[in-house]
Ligand binder design. Structure first.
Ligand SMILES: O=C(CO)[C@@H](O)[C@H](O)[C@H](O)[C@H](O)COP(=O)(O)O
Ligand SMILES: O=C[C@H](O)COP(=O)(O)O
Length: 947
């Protein structure tokens, strides 16, 4: 049997005298708990110095905290508390179990600077206890004379205490007395004592390290004394421990103790500390094997633990040789050795041994703190030409009313004036500081990633709609997969072809499926979850849940169903963070971490941007505010088509920005239309409704786009440009654009956090799905105006041929209008090329802005603007037959029908808002159908009404 497990039969608990974030994350601590019967952890300032000062594991967190304006002291506390909390959580099942035998504790020591400060120790002990906020934390307090009253007080406060730095027997008695008095104080105050635990940490190897040389010196002198001295070498520490254990038994017996025991008190166990052997002449297990006895703890360093596991022998030896132990201590004075005096020295030296590394640690944190404050965020260059004055005036106006301060204080009247709107704004501003919260969640997420990999998963599929999957899409396409990551796919469409493609491209049994839905009620992600759960169940039976993870809001119905289905993990996000503002929450970061990205650094960049935007005190220039004002003012002046130009490596950033900007601003007949995916062109092809925004990298000249933007600017178009340091800056850009969008909304006087018109399409779809459930199929739609070469055209405009319908449809265009393509198709390169051709033709011939999206993705994104924004859209919807449809398990409809209903529902909603629409049904071959449409267009030059 593993000796570490065996030792439990002697009622000794082995704790680990070590902590470091890495072992929390990489599963080592959990493995030691599960396989090696580890029952607790102790930390001390020297251990944290090694962990934090001696590695770069904490650097991103240090920088994030520094940027938040935290002091060095606060940074240390935050890091140490986070690790202790994490370890407490790993031990929690043991702590909560029936046979916990007072184990499952993690110790956190008060600052060594407080070693002689009673009040300071009490204050910090209470502060740490509250900060860790776990019942299985122990606050470590040194057993100095000043520490004793603090111990009593903290016990009386109901706080678990680990008394450290005990070297002598007399002091040990006082420690036990302080503990008992503390319990008695509580009893007097009528407070319970059954859940308070304490250990007395008796330091061993250091006693021998100090006393042995003295004995050896005397031994070298020879004679009778020399002989005696020689016989005592290496015996003093063990003798002290054995004697302490006798005192323990004496103190925790008798009427005084029995009275407390009757009220449920547990004894203050002795904990053997400093048990790593320091003398090569001794056995490495000297301070372990010899001190095994009931109701004791031994906290051992990692190396000693591993040696014990390899060759340790468990036996109850603590009460062996008691006479001999007493003799050792009795005879020391004959050699002129006053143990009490030496233990006093050890106490002072012990404090020094903690103070020095602590000072070194603080120094290294301080250096890192200062350097973090040096670097800056990527600058946005704004060349706004004739609009500059209006933008400047608006910035001045906002600054005059302390907009930035009000913004961070969630002052909702900056946006709208009605009470209901203001209430809704306040309740969706959690995104402002979610990055700070997520800094604390990084170790938990990283540990999860580690567990997933250890469990053998080979692929990740993230499934959800809109804000729940946009950030993962951007992360996946903007970064190469990280060295520690897993390949990732994102499913955000009900298109049966795409679902099938994903199914066929992943190893189902070894794939982790993340179902991401804030509300937990969105039909698409629930359908994806059901579909793949059924598939995995066919392989893994009742264990299917192991392959599933939920990200959702607390209290959503999905929490219940995911729990019932045995999901591996449920990440609870934050009710006050809306979907499109959730990139920096669990929704974005869990997939990013699984993909191997450094989420700590992504968050650090975001916090850098928060700081630049005035999150931690006033700022002279606020990049988010300036960008937002520019976009808002430009939109008011007719430049309401935000045209995004990016290098290929950032192509999908547009998807995220589209949702953020269109869904936030596109309402009440107002809004900014994001135009993504149009390559930069010469000035002649654009109308006067554009503002160009370039997002790229500082080390990528991107000469072609840069030259085109320069020409656009020279032609009088406003041009804004941001060049990131690297892709990790996406963390900062997410935040910059969130602020800018909220600010632009304030300029436009709308609530950026609702999406009132998205519901219209959902309601229409639901109605149609009801019909499907009742009648088995969708109701027959309108008659096609024209069917030509297998492609049918449906529109309010007339025409005897495809070309005529197209001409008449586009003939309705006015200056400032835009084309929106809604492709309810299986995405493919060929289709992308064909749709781009269509856009180019419309742009060249009509000078319209063109947008394009695959359905149903855009319903959760730009769909809001289409219905709620200004009536400037010409909507072309492409649909297709689904010869290879996919059934949805347990439902009376298929993915294909669902998707058709979504297309028809949205078309209905567009009609309800009197939008100009053209539906083109491509038959059963989308690529071929689209080619047919393009050739019809070739033969039909487009002309528009000019306003
Ligand atoms: O006090 C406790 C446990 O309560 C330990 O963490 C204690 O600080 C360590 O065992 C010692 O500091 C280690 O000492 P040493 O092996 O460096 O002499
Ligand atoms: O943008 C959000 C989408 O509408 C999806 O919403 P959900 O996260 O509640 O499923």
């Amino acid at each position: 049997m593993n000796p570490l497990v065996d030792i439990r039969q002697f009622d000794q608990s082995i704790w680990l005298d070590f902590i470091r974030r890495k072992i929390l994350i990489n599963g080592e601590l959990q493995r030691r708990i599960t396989d090696e019967a580890l029952r607790g952890v102790t930390s001390n300032p020297a251990i944290f110095e090694k962990a934090i000062g001696g590695s770069d594991d904490y650097d991103a967190a240090i920088r994030s905290l520094a940027l938040q304006g935290k002091t060095t002291d606060e940074i240390y506390t935050a890091l140490a508390v986070a690790d202790v909390q994490h370890a407490c959580d790993l031990f929690r099942p043991l702590y909560d179990s029936h046979d916990n035998a007072s184990d499952g504790y993690v110790s956190l020591e008060v600052s060594p600077e407080l070693v002689n400060d009673t009040e300071g120790t009490i204050e910090e002990g209470i502060r740490f206890w509250k900060a860790v906020n776990r019942p299985n934390v122990m606050i470590k307090v040194p057993a100095t004379l000043e520490g004793l009253p603090a111990i009593r007080r903290l016990i009386a406060e109901g706080i678990n205490v680990n008394v450290t730095l005990i070297f002598g027997l007399e002091r040990y008695r006082l420690v036990a007395e302080a503990f008992i008095s503390g319990l008695e104080d509580r009893v007097k105050a009528g407070l319970p004592i059954e859940n308070i635990d304490s250990v007395a940490s008796f330091f061993l190897s250091r006693i021998d390290v100090l006393i042995d040389p003295l004995l050896e010196k005397i031994a070298a002198e020879g004679g009778e004394k020399g002989e005696l001295a020689q016989s005592l070498v290496g015996e003093v520490a063990l003798a002290s421990a054995k004697q302490a254990y006798q005192i323990y038994q004496e103190i925790f017996a008798g009427p005084r103790w029995e009275a407390l025991a009757a009220k449920g008190a547990d004894t203050q166990r002795l904990l053997w500390a400093s048990t790593g052997n320091k003398n090569p002449k001794y056995d490495d297990l000297k301070y372990v094997e010899n001190l095994i006895g009931p109701k004791t703890v031994n906290t051992v360093p990692v190396e000693t633990l591993d040696i014990f596991r390899e060759r340790g022998k468990s036996a109850n030896r603590l009460e062996e040789g008691l006479d001999q132990a007493a003799e050792v201590l009795r005879r020391l004075p004959e050699l002129g050795i006053n143990l009490e005096e030496h233990t006093n020295f050890l106490e002072v030296d012990g404090a020094k041994k903690f103070k020095e590394p602590f000072a070194k640690l603080m120094d290294s944190i301080e250096k890192k703190r200062l350097t973090s404050l040096d670097s800056s965020v990527a600058e946005a260059t704004m060349q706004l030409g004739q609009y500059q004055a209006a933008v400047d005036a608006k910035i001045q106006e906002l600054n005059a009313k302390n907009f930035t301060e009000g913004f961070w204080n969630k002052q909702a009247d900056l946006w709208v004036q009605d009470a209901e709107g203001q209430q809704s704004i306040r309740s969706f501003m959690g995104w402002l500081r979610v990055a700070e919260t997520m800094v604390g969640a990084v170790p938990e997420i990283e540990q999860f990633v580690n567990d997933v990999k250890a469990a053998g998963f080979k692929h990740v599929v993230v499934m959800g709609m809109g804000g729940s999957t946009m950030a993962p899409i951007v992360f996946k396409s903007s970064f190469p997969m990280g060295s520690t990551g897993l390949p990732m796919s994102v499913l955000d469409t009900t298109d049966p072809g795409t679902v099938r493609q994903i199914e066929e491209s992943v190893p189902l049994a070894d794939t982790l499926f993340i179902v991401a839905s804030k509300s937990g009620t969105t039909a698409e992600p629930l359908a994806f979850g059901d579909y793949f759960y059924d598939r995995v169940k066919q392989i893994k039976g009742d264990k299917a849940g192991e392959n599933f993870v939920a990200i959702t809001d607390p209290g959503s119905k999905f929490v219940t169903s995911a729990t019932e289905q045995g999901y591996r993990r449920i990440f609870l996000n934050f009710a006050e963070v809306g979907g499109r503002f959730s990139a920096l929450s669990y929704f974005g970061l869990v997939p990013a971490a699984l993909y191997g990205l450094n989420i700590g650094e992504i968050l650090e960049r975001a916090i850098r941007m928060m700081r630049a935007n005035g999150a931690y005190g006033s700022v002279e220039q606020n990049p988010g505010l300036e960008l937002g004002v520019a976009l808002g003012v430009l939109a008011q002046q007719g430049r309401d088509k935000l045209t995004l130009i990016v290098p290929d490596s950032l192509a999908d950033l547009g998807l995220w920005l589209e949702q953020l900007i269109a869904e936030s601003t596109g309402k009440e007949g107002k809004g900014i239309l994001p135009v993504a995916g149009e390559p930069a062109r010469e000035p002649e092809v654009y109308g006067q409704d554009r503002v160009f925004v370039y997002v790229g990298y500082e080390n990528d000249a991107d000469a072609d786009n840069t030259a085109k933007l320069a020409a656009l600017q020279a032609a009088g178009h406003p041009v804004i440009s941001v060049r990131m340091h690297d892709a990790l800056d996406l963390g900062a850009e997410f935040f910059r654009w969130e602020v800018a969008t909220a600010v632009a909304s304030a300029v436009l006087e709308i609530n950026p956090f609702d999406q009132p018109n998205v519901q219209a399409a959902k309601t229409a779809t639901d109605r149609l799905m009801k019909v499907v459930q009742e009648q088995g199929s969708l109701p027959a739609g309108d008659e096609a105006k024209v069917t030509e070469n297998g492609v049918s055209y449906f529109s309010a405009v007339s025409g005897g041929s495809a070309a005529e319908v197209l001409q008449n449809f586009f003939g309705q265009a006015k200056d400032g209008d835009f084309l929106n393509i809604q492709a309810y198709l299986t995405e493919s390169d060929e289709l992308n090329k064909g749709l781009a051709e269509l856009r180019t033709q419309v742009q060249e011939q009509l000078h319209l802005a063109t947008t394009s999206g695959y359905g149903p993705r855009f319903l959760h994104s730009t769909g809001q603007y289409h219905k709620g924004g200004p009536d400037k859209g010409l909507f072309v919807q492409f649909t297709v037959d689904h010869p290879q449809d996919l059934a949805l398990p347990g439902r009376s409809y298929s993915f294909g029908t669902f998707k058709n209903a979504q297309a028809a529902g949205d078309l209905q909603a567009l009609h309800d808002y009197n939008r100009r629409t053209l539906r083109i049904h491509l038959g059963d071959n989308a690529e071929q159908g689209l080619r047919t449409v393009l050739s019809a267009l070739q033969s039909a030059p487009l002309t528009a009404k000019r306003a």
